[in-house]
Design a protein around this ligand. Structure first.
Ligand code: SF4
Length: 483
């Protein structure tokens, strides 16, 4: 028996921005009366939300598309759609169409409003068989229109200069304690290895009233912590005349009753102003954690990466963050094996990590991406060398994180509970400290009267490089009330 129309499955890879986008699309489909299906086999609408930042997630998407091609041979009513970073410009879409005619709709998140129309047409028998559809910008129209690709293959993406942004305002009704709020889309930087600007377009900030409204709704739906998202999140407002800066936006969000924590990511060093640091540090709801990718420890490599700053500048920023924002924790991203990375340049990276001592380091091996500047250069570091360097970073960082986390033992931490976990060794409550450390509290007799969304105080008993383990002490209402 076939699957009744209305069951959807969203497959998501990549960063928090992609996950936030998937949540919005899912909420939109729920509002249309559709139901999420746990597996692709149970769905008749499958949306692949893709990532192009590295080769691995792209390969995974290609793998899914090959499987879906076969699935569609047996289930011709199956609708397949693609969104995310693999949907770049018209050229990338054309390439994908040629390779995977099985895909019915390519869309960017700004054009997700097209989904109701698309489903109405495709799930109504008379309109079936139109072939692949594009989302088309119509000059002077608010929302995009569907056209059969066979008649008119036209661009799906806004023109580079187009500043308007339309991000779906649908918010999931689930009662999660934490939520994402994309505040700025796209990126204006020119990092030589990065495909994001060409795939996600220029920086476009969302209007502040829209963000305040959404944050209010998220809080009413149960979120106590909201993470403001952007590829270069401190660029928020720079493209909107009269808009607040990121820290000023945070001040406005701080007025929302019931919202206890505000986080933000990802930082771009040059946009983080002194004023912002002071303002954020003075806002009690803003958590003391900054994810600020350095990407490398060598000025020469940073130059080849076109990151737009040098190590001296980066170190000054870190010093300011630590001096002006007590207790701030720091995470970073680094790439090993970038084009021409010498053994000495790699040592500079290790030395920087030893010197700054980040709480967390996300390390990746360089992989060339089509459409980037560095793709024109020789990818000359052998895979085995890249892998060995990645491992060296992991080992160095593990030792640092172990030492940093050990200093938490004996302290009391405010924890926002996110999840109850049943593991082999018993029942645990998982939450995070304000500094973004994972903390697990054991519930030996399953007797703790806790729930996701509770803010509690825990004693930190033990630590590892990756997390803290603690004991529940009491609820933390008095902390929240104090804010
Ligand atoms: S700042 Fe650089 S690495 Fe980050 S998204 Fe923009 S171009 Fe990519």
């Amino acid at each position: 028996m076939g699957i009744a129309p209305g069951k959807y499955h969203i497959w998501t890879v990549g960063c928090q921005m992609n996950q936030a986008d998937s949540q919005r699309v899912s909420a939109m489909l729920d509002n249309l009366g559709c139901e999420p299906a746990p597996a692709m086999e149970d769905a008749n609408l499958i949306i692949l939300n893709t990532c192009s930042v590295r080769e691995a997630p792209e390969l995974r998407a290609h793998g899914q598309l090959s499987l879906l091609k076969r699935a569609k041979e047996n289930r011709p009513d199956l609708l397949i759609s693609m969104m995310g970073c693999m949907i770049g410009n018209q050229r990338t879409i054309d390439d994908l169409k040629k390779r995977y005619p099985v895909v019915d709709l390519f869309f960017k998140i700004e054009y997700a409003d097209i989904l109701p129309k698309f489903l109405e047409e495709r799930w109504t028998p008379i309109a079936a068989g139109l072939g692949c559809l594009d989302v088309v910008e119509q000059v002077g129209e608010q929302s995009p229109t569907l056209l059969p690709i066979l008649n008119s293959p036209v661009a799906i993406t806004p023109k580079p200069a187009a500043r308007e942004i339309h991000y779906p305002g649908n918010i999931a009704q689930n009662r999660k304690a934490t939520a994402w709020l994309p505040v700025i889309l796209g990126c204006n930087k020119v990092c030589s290895y990065c495909v994001v600007p060409s795939r996600r377009g220029v920086e476009r900030s969302r209007p502040v009233d829209e963000l305040l409204r959404e944050a209010q709704t998220l809080t009413e739906n149960g979120a106590r912590e909201i993470t403001l998202l952007g590829q270069t999140v401190e660029a928020y407002g720079l493209d909107l005349p009269g808009a607040p800066s990121l820290s000023q936006l945070m001040a406005q969000l701080s007025g929302i009753q019931g919202l206890d924590r505000i986080r933000f990511m990802t930082s771009y060093p040059r946009h983080f102003t002194d004023q912002m640091i002071h303002e954020m540090a003075a806002l009690p709801k803003v958590c003391e954690h900054v994810n600020i990718p350095v990407q490398h420890g060598s000025d020469a490599v940073l130059q080849r990466m076109r990151r737009g700053y040098d190590i001296a500048e980066y170190k000054i920023l870190i010093e300011k963050l630590r001096n002006w924002w007590p207790g701030v924790s720091l995470s970073t991203d680094v790439i090993v094996g970038f084009c021409g990375e010498t053994a000495e340049e790699f040592q500079e990276l290790l030395r920087l990590l030893e010197e700054i001592r980040f709480d967390v380091v996300h390390v990746a091996m360089y992989s060339p991406r089509q459409g980037t500047l560095s793709n024109k250069w020789e990818d000359d570091i052998p895979y085995a060398v890249k892998k060995a360097r990645l491992r060296e970073v992991e080992i160095a960082q593990e030792k640092i994180a172990l030492e940093i986390n050990a200093a938490y033992v004996g302290s009391e931490q405010e924890i926002l509970i996110e999840e109850r976990k049943i593991q082999e060794k018993g029942i645990y409550w998982k939450g995070r400290t304000r500094s973004n450390k994972l903390l697990f509290m054991q519930d030996p007799k399953d007797g703790l009267d806790l729930a996701p969304g509770d803010m509690v105080i825990a004693a930190t008993d033990r630590s590892s490089a990756w997390s803290l383990q603690g004991t529940y002490l009491r609820h933390a209402q008095e902390h929240a009330a104090a804010r």
